[in-house]
Design a protein around this ligand. Structure first.
Ligand SMILES: *Cc1c(COP(=O)(O)O)cnc(C)c1O
Length: 379
């Protein structure tokens, strides 16, 4: 279908092709090469931190983050249930127990009140996710963590460039994990990055991602490590993307503004409103279809698809997925479940123009009305 509008698509605005060509010409295509340290340095400078550690995807970045903090069997990690499954799987990889926290209906991020309620003597860390580009209440969460002696891991996979209280996300927690999957704000195809505040933690992460090899003694492995390295080709793409980072963010916020203008004051479609302390980024422009349930949303998506418009439902809350369903006890996280059933993400990528946004908005509006039966008999 030539007129199909996907939800997401990467945008290459700069030197991507030239840098990848240089990898090919110089034959540095594996995990050693000039682009890896350059990409890491550029990333660190955007975040305003000393250093950053590249790795092969965002899930691995989360795994390394938890390993770096020494989280393991017997530990509980608080995590929002409404997130991409990778946040929760990483906790499972280290043998720790994810403890699901409900969301806030307005911000879609984890509820600080519910967070307090879920703390037990075994709680070791909070894995905070900044969902759909919107900052969680990270200042408050870090205060709570400090009060009771917990570590904080930030999952910034969907929110690179967003700020809270004027400060870049990923600089609040003890460790932060980023993703460069094809649909993220910056992509390397597959890729990830870890930022750690404590140099000892950073060093441990660096060692673990390279099979655990000793820094001084080649082929000597004092610990069981992993091969979680990024390739020079991926870093080449990433560096080119970061060189145009401001432009990527600018174009995304333009799309956000167009959607808001088109969808303002629609009774069925709830847009996010942001507080003064939040400076979000537009990862996937998402709305809540307030008056429909999950079945109604499926119908809206089907109707949009007949007009060539792709859309995505919100994630299932992880506490409802087979590996994470509680045995006898029924876990209820009403806000996560409510949001999950009604959230919808719309096409958001650089290259989409205002005309297309208008068409998408008009169709969404029509689909919602149609669903309510308002258009019954007219069509
Ligand atoms: C994309 C994503 C990840 C994992 O990233 P991959 O690079 O796909 O492994 C982790 N957490 C969240 C919230 C994500 O959206």
């Amino acid at each position: 279908m030539s007129t199909w509008i996907p939800v997401s698509q990467p945008a290459f605005l700069g030197n991507e092709r030239a840098y990848v060509d240089r990898c090919m010409e110089t034959q540095w295509i594996s995990s050693i090469g000039e682009f890896i340290p350059k990409f890491e340095a550029q990333f660190a400078s955007i975040l305003g931190v000393e250093s950053a550690i590249s790795c092969c995807n965002g899930t691995v970045a989360l795994h390394l983050s938890l390993l770096g903090l020494g989280i393991g069997p017997g530990d509980e990690v608080l995590v929002p249930s409404l997130t991409y499954v990778a946040s929760v799987n990483a906790i499972t990889y280290v043998g720790a127990q994810p403890v699901f926290v409900d969301s806030d209906r307005e911000t879609w991020n984890l509820s600080v009140d519910d967070l307090r309620r879920k703390v037990t003597p075994r709680t070791k860390a909070i894995l905070v996710v900044h969902l759909y580009g919107r900052p969680a209440a990270i200042t408050e969460i870090c205060e709570l963590a400090r009060e009771i002696g917990l570590s904080v891991i930030e999952d910034v996979a969907e929110a690179l460039g967003a700020k809270y209280d004027g400060r870049m996300l990923g600089t609040f927690g003890d460790v932060a994990a980023f993703s460069f999957f094809g649909n993220k704000i910056v992509t390397t195809g597959e890729g990830g990055m870890v930022v750690a505040r404590d140099p000892t933690v950073a060093r441990r992460i660096l060692q673990l991602k390279g099979q655990g090899q000793d820094f001084e003694r080649r082929y000597w492995f004092p610990v069981v490590g992993y091969n979680y390295r990024m390739t020079n080709i991926a870093a080449a793409i990433g560096l080119a993307q970061l060189e145009c980072f401001d432009e990527h963010l600018r174009r995304r916020s333009e799309i956000d503004a167009w959607y808001r203008e088109e969808l303002a004051s629609m009774p069925d479609i709830k847009l996010q409103e942001f507080g003064e302390r939040e400076q979000p980024v537009c990862w996937l422009f998402s709305v809540i279809l307030e008056r429909v349930d999950a079945a109604g949303r499926v119908e809206v998506m089907r109707l949009l698809a007949t007009e060539g418009i792709d859309s995505r439902p919100f994630f299932y809350p992880c506490h409802t997925l087979p590996p994470y369903r509680a045995g006898e006890s029924v876990v209820e996280l009403p806000n996560a479940e409510w949001l999950s059933a009604r959230g919808l993400s719309l096409p958001t990528w650089i290259g989409i123009d205002r005309g297309r946004v208008e068409v998408i908005a008009r169709n969404l509006q029509r689909c919602c009305l149609q669903l309510r039966g308002v258009l019954e008999g007219m069509s």
